[in-house]
Design a protein around this ligand. Sequence first.
Ligand SMILES: O=c1ccn([C@@H]2O[C@H](COP(=O)(O)OP(=O)(O)O[C@H]3O[C@H](CO)[C@@H](O)[C@H](O)[C@H]3O)[C@@H](O)[C@H]2O)c(=O)[nH]1
Ligand SMILES: [Mn+2]
Length: 855
Amino acid sequence: MASATSNGGTTGNAGLADPLLVSRDHGSTKKQVGPKGKYWEAADKVERRAAKESGGEDGRQLLFRTYKVKGTLLHPYRMLIFIRLIAVLLFFVWRIRHNKSDIMWFWTMSVVGDVWFGFSWLLNQLPKFNPIKTIPDLVALRQQYDLPDGTSRLPGIDVFVTTADPIDEPILYTMNCVLSILASDYPIDRCACYLSDDSGALILYEALVETAKFATLWAPFCRKHCIEPRAPESYFEQEAPLYSGREPEEFKNDHRIVHREYDEFKERLDSLSSAIAKRSDVYNSMKTEEKDVKATWMANGTQWPGAWIDTTENHRKGNHAGIVKVVLDHPIRGHNLGSQASIHNDLNFTNIDVRIPMLVYVSRGKNPSYDHNKKAGALNAQLRVSALLSNAQFIINFDCDHYINNSQALRAAVCFMLDQREGDNTAFVQFPQRFDNVDPSDRYGNHNRVFFDGTMLALNGLQGPSYLGTGCMFRRIALYGIDPPQWRQANIAIEGTRFGSSIPFLDSVSKAINQERSTIPPPLSDQFVAEMEKVASASHDKQTGWGKGVGYIYDIATEDIVTGFRIHGQGWRSMYCTMERDAFCGIAPINLTERLHQIVRWSGGSLEMFFSRNNPLIGGHRIHTLQRVSYLNMTVYPVTSLFILLYALSPVMWLIPDELYIQRPFTRYVVYLLVIILMIHIIGWLEIKWAGVTWLDYWRNEQFFMIGSTSAYPTAVLHMVVNLLTKKGIHFRVTSKQTAADTNDKFADLYDMRWVPMLIPTLVVLVANVGAIGVAMGKTIVYMGVWTTAQKTHAAMGLLFNVWIMVLLYPFALAIMGRWAKRPVILVVLLPVAFVIVGLVYVAVHILFASFVPI
Ligand SMILES: O=c1ccn([C@@H]2O[C@H](COP(=O)(O)OP(=O)(O)O[C@H]3O[C@H](CO)[C@@H](O)[C@H](O)[C@H]3O)[C@@H](O)[C@H]2O)c(=O)[nH]1
Ligand SMILES: [Mn+2]
């Protein structure tokens, strides 16, 4: 697969020749300048030349490419930002000078709103001055780190997966995630997978055991035939995937066998629940002395230490001991999975490595008297357990609803960490989040491309992208709160007060700092397992630095942004890694209610961060100024919604008999508004060009911001106010991954909106606008002959605004329609009907009044 141009540095595009990275038109005569060539050009020519001449500063080659936006696009983009800034300032001056309005309080509010809009626009726009795209050079990595004898010098990686529930988060997804990790293209003895189960359910442990067995078949199959993606569910769902392996003759047969085995594996997963229940009944009838206590039993005849099916004290979700079970030991000690041997006989795996990486089940201890700190708490427990076992230099974490979509992804992240330029200063490498269950028209803006491909590339040109929760590789010591090399003190005190009281753990920290790496974990004695369970116990990190200066940050609804902020604040940088075949892929909520709950959590978390000690204005002493501006934007943006809501409701003024103007002279005002709004979209248009996203992406983003601004964001603000008053944080409501009952329709969830209170303002805005347009039409009929031209223009301009809001709320209107929305044309008919009815009612009322109450 690796092609001829493997020698990094001879041409501008060497290394990009890896088929997983090049753009479709690679190989054409036109000069290649990057994966989305048109608007990007190489930004590292000088560095590359120097590196080549000196053979690399310290003998290391450059492992990633840097691209900047071409001047032809970047200059007008920057220019427009500047021009708009001036236009906005002029607009403010004009408004203040012409402080004439029919409703002064509303005028004052709207001036405050405009100032806020201008300010938050600036916060959003300024950090986008210099977007940078960085592309890993896998060929160079291979050349330097893979040795001719088949071994490798690549560093160790501990891969974390978190799950919170076997029902809400279907086991099949979680196990697919695990399989994609176990089969990933990375040295098998340098990679270990840890599954954190926050439900403490035996079924997840047993599913993991089944997965380990199936992996002995799946992983070699993937390696032999270069399968992509290596999550079986997604792989088998594809229609006739392209074959790119080396054994096409054997592929058909192998594929058939593995597919059959996968189906059986799924059946085994399905039957686990009843098997465990049955087995437990048998053991309970045989072994338990106390009649009412019904334990849940493991296959080996011992009681499961976690949550039981019949819950009792100390054996329920939220109250059980810490559990660490090594499902597959390090490959050097061999696997004991004999049962698969017979199937292996049908498949020819000669010359294929049949080993699989280490696999560990972790369920941290829980106790009602301690806060568990949601996902952050789970990740920190994994961090400690893995430190005792594999203590890899790098960590990568996945949500259970995401999987590795490109088997080279782990290598890609490592490229940034090992690069001679900023490698040692790089704390984390974030990948974009991609989703494969989203409806084709992306009604609720789940793809979020403007953010993942615009905002993040922009930050990449500063101190680096923020941490986004999943698909992010960390340097272990950066997570521990250690400073980057240039600021690091010679002797770092590794104290129990900061890192917790486990001596083996403290040892592991000093080893990690001193880069003493042994990739082989110690043998699993009872005492050692007990130590691992101790560091995963409910109380272990209390009264320590965990969740504050160490590990993922606690006391917040969203641990991600704030953890990234803490690390950036210490002076580390981060990198954004985009790949031509998306590195990871996951599931997004395509149900409006679920989607909004997710947004409430995110925006609520943002506000919580603003009011915490990690406030971007005061925290993080080594943070880059523009990076700080960006973090400030990320924490205050929900406030914008209050003003948007105010504006969105202003069409109610149509319902008032008198003509009221928020600002006089009105025409001038509207023209100003149009100009500065239009400029936002022209800038947005240039932005989507360099970000490589479509108008639809951009448009969905706008629409969803409007929907959020009338529902989720004000809710988050309200939460925050309550939080400040009562000190109660936002509840982490795991995003539902269950699909609606209709299994024939892949997107059934789309039509299944549940009404929740936060949707009321959106509905009010929608109704107010429909009503306003109807009344406006009625007024036009009634006053046609009476109105002056100026009045007519004003009415038209007001209506323009109404229509704009309606267009922005279009996805919400579809959501209300439920299944009817399968034919959106109905809405196009229904809305005008509604306008006409309201209009006619207005006219009728007017006539009625006119005949009874002579004016
Ligand atoms: O007490 C908890 C709660 C959640 N999780 C895990 O957290 C992950 C994210 O939960 P999910 O409900 O899927 O949230 P999303 O809204 O889809 O997640 C996005 O938003 C989160 C922050 O709110 C980030 O942490 C995620 O990485 C990001 O993908 C899942 O693996 C859960 O199993 C736990 O392990 N323990
Ligand atoms: Mn998720």
